[in-house]
Design a protein. Structure first.
Length: 242
C-alpha cells in the first residue's frame, strides 16, 4: 500500500505579491490509496484542475482564493457547508455534497469533521479536522478564532494555520462581530494550550512574503518559546501522514 501523503499545492494569501515559494492560492492535496482529496480550490486553480486530478474537493469557505477555482465547475464531487454553497450558488458544480459542522464524514478514506471558525461575515468559514489512521491535523487557512478550540485541536499531530500575519492582528469589527485574520503568534499559543506539538502556516501574507527569511526565523522562534515545532509551509512541501 502506498504511503498516505500531504502536499501543499499553494500557500499564498489573497494578495497580489507572490514569490517562487508562495506562488498560488492556498490549497492542500491529501493522497491515499483511495484517491486524491483537494482541500480548497482558489481562483489560481481554475485552469489547473486537470493537472491536480482530484477525486474530491473540500472547501473551507466561499472567498475567491479558496473556492473560485470552481467557477467553471469541477471534475469530481465537491464538499462544502450550506453557507459556502450559498456563496457559490452560480457556479456550475454538478456533484454538490453537504458538510455539516459537528457531523463527521469520511471522504476517500480521510475522516473529516468541520468546525465553525470566526473569519468572515459574508463568507462564513470552517476549519477541518482531518484524520487518517493515527495521524490527525487541523486545517484552518483563515481564522480569527475557533469557538470549539479544544474539540478541534486536542489529540492532533499537526496544526495547519493562517499565515497572514506574524505578530500584528489583521482583525476588524462590525458591531459585535469580528472578522479578518489573527496572528501566527496567537495560533501557536492555541497549539501550546491544546498540546499540539507541531504547526505549519499557509495562506502567507505580506508580512511573510516581504521578508521571507526573517519571517521564517521569527515563526521558528515563536514556536520554540511555546514548545511547538513551527515553520512556514511553501508551495510543493510534502509530508507523510505518519
Amino acid at each position: 500500500m502506498p504511503l498516505d501523503r500531504i502536499r501543499f499545492l499553494g500557500t499564498r494569501a489573497n494578495i497580489d505579491r507572490r514569490t517562487w515559494r508562495h506562488r498560488r492560492h492556498s490549497a492542500l492535496l491529501i493522497a491515499t490509496d483511495e484517491g486524491r482529496l483537494m482541500v480548497d480550490c482558489g481562483a489560481d486553480w481554475k485552469d489547473l484542475l486537470g493537472m491536480v486530478a482530484p477525486d474530491a474537493i473540500l472547501i473551507t469557505h466561499a472567498h475567491p482564493d479558496h473556492a473560485w477555482g470552481l467557477a467553471d465547475g469541477a471534475p469530481c464531487p465537491v464538499y462544502a457547508t450550506q453557507a459556502a454553497w450559498e456563496g457559490l450558488a452560480g457556479f456550475p458544480v454538478a456533484e454538490r455534497r453537504m458538510v455539516e459542522p459537528g457531523h463527521p464524514l469520511t471522504i476517500l478514506g480521510v475522516q473529516v469533521e468541520a468546525f465553525e471558525v470566526v473569519h468572515s461575515i459574508r463568507a462564513p468559514a470552517v476549519g477541518y479536522r482531518l484524520a487518517r489512521g493515527t495521524f490527525g491535523l487541523f486545517y484552518v487557512p483563515d481564522v480569527v478564532a475557533i469557538p470549539r478550540r479544544g474539540a478541534a485541536l486536542r489529540g492532533l499531530s499537526l496544526y495547519v494555520g493562517d499565515g497572514s500575519s506574524i505578530v500584528r492582528p489583521l482583525v476588524r469589527r462590525q458591531g459585535e462581530l469580528l472578522f479578518g485574520h489573527t496572528t501566527i503568534r496567537a495560533q501557536l499559543g492555541w497549539c501550546a494550550e491544546e498540546g499540539v506539538g507541531r504547526a505549519l502556516f499557509t495562506h502567507c501574507g505580506g508580512a511573510v512574503l516581504d521578508r521571507e527569511r526573517d519571517a521564517a526565523r521569527a515563526v521558528r522562534d515563536l514556536g520554540r518559546a511555546r514548545g511547538v515545532e513551527a515553520r512556514l509551509a511553501c508551495d510543493g512541501l510534502r509530508l507523510v501522514m505518519a
